[in-house]
Write a protein that binds this ligand. Structure first.
Ligand code: ADP
Ligand code: MG
Length: 310
């Protein structure tokens, strides 16, 4: 559906994107996650044909954005970071303007009515845009992206500047649209991507740092190199047994959990779960709990963007 191939882009001497590639299948809702300045808008502007890349290209539904920009653009609805609204127009006049600009060949009134219905702005369609709340203006932004029924929606930080209620409304709108569109949504908020997307790409300093399904992220967050262990015995004895296992780099005493049962945090340079089991069993120390430390998606994200991932 969308293939992004080796995008590289500099602004003068500032490298904004370096060899960014990814693919999206029909129906995917991709969260493009990264801090400010990571390169999200630059990537989106290239995919939508608003900016040229120094190297690489994007192919949308089989149409290369460089070779067949008109055809490629027909398949994309784009909501830029700052939606291109004309404040003095009514919602309907503005959407009619966008309709003509996109050279859509459908009955205009019906189509605009349908789009207004989709984003729940029918009630305000005769109002002047600048008199609308920010939440409604953002929906008008969605409406202009939906004119022409493009199968792909590219949404650049669509909830920035909205209040919490508006944010929830816009997120549920995105989820609804995600049922019959392929969506790329950029955000610097992990919670937003978690709430809406089923795939994530984490980008930082113009490079893709990680990508995968939401599930794979939560699972890879389980790090077997950090174990929490509760075992029965004397604290010092247990400590020494654990400390002397090959590949164990650090053992922290976390205290007595039940009578005669001690908790430890064990760090290691590899998976030591089997060795721990054998060592404690051979000294008649019962293991009551042994589990990999759970890393939340948030910790994973922070460790990735701060470059501390090991
Ligand atoms: P994001 O959308 O993730 O916040 P951007 O794609 O806007 O990131 O920016 C990526 C990098 O490119 C940043 O370092 C930013 O300062 C730089 N940049 C973006 N647009 C311009 C521009 N028009 N001129 C110069 N540098 C720019
Ligand atoms: Mg941006």
């Amino acid at each position: 559906m969308i293939e992004v191939k080796h995008l590289t882009k500099s602004y003068g001497r500032q490298l904004a994107l370096s060899d960014v590639s990814f693919e999206l299948k029909e129906g995917d809702i991709l969260g493009f996650l990264g801090p400010n300045g990571a390169g999200k808008s630059t990537t989106m502007n290239i995919i939508t044909g608003y900016l040229s890349a120094d190297q690489g290209t994007a192919v949308i539904n089989g149409y290369d954005i460089l070779e067949e920009p008109m055809k490629a653009k027909k398949h994309i609805g784009y909501l830029p970071e700052i939606p291109p609204l004309y404040g003095d127009m009514t919602v309907r006049k503005y959407l009619e303007f966008v309709f003509r600009l996109k050279k859509i060949r459908m009955p205009m009134k019906e189509h605009i009515d349908k789009v207004c219905e989709m984003v729940s702005i029918t009630d305000v369609s005769e109002r002047i845009i600048k008199h609308l709340s920010k939440g409604y203006r953002q929906r008008v932004g969605f409406a202009q992206a939906l004119i022409g029924d493009p199968p792909v929606l590219i949404l650049d930080e669509p909830t920035v500047g909205l209040d919490p209620v508006q944010i929830i409304e816009i997120r549920s709108l995105i989820k609804r649209l995600g049922k019959n569109h392929t969506v790329i949504l950029s955000s610097h908020l992990l919670s937003e991507v978690q709430a809406v997307c089923d795939k994530i790409i984490i980008i930082n300093n113009g490079r893709i740092m990680a990508e995968g399904t939401m599930d794979s992220f939560t699972r890879s967050g389980r790090d077997t190199r950090r174990l929490t262990i509760i075992a029965e015995g004397r604290e010092q004895q247990l400590y020494s047994l654990l400390r002397n296992i090959d590949k164990v780099t650090k053992v922290e005493k976390l205290g007595e959990r039940e009578k005669g049962c001690w908790e430890f945090a064990v760090s290691s340079s590899g998976d030591v779960r089997r060795a721990v089991y054998r060592r404690l069993a051979s000294s008649d120390c019962n293991i009551l709990t042994m589990k990999p430390e759970e890393q939340t998606l948030e910790e994973t994200y922070i460790s990735i963007i701060s470059g501390k991932e090991s």
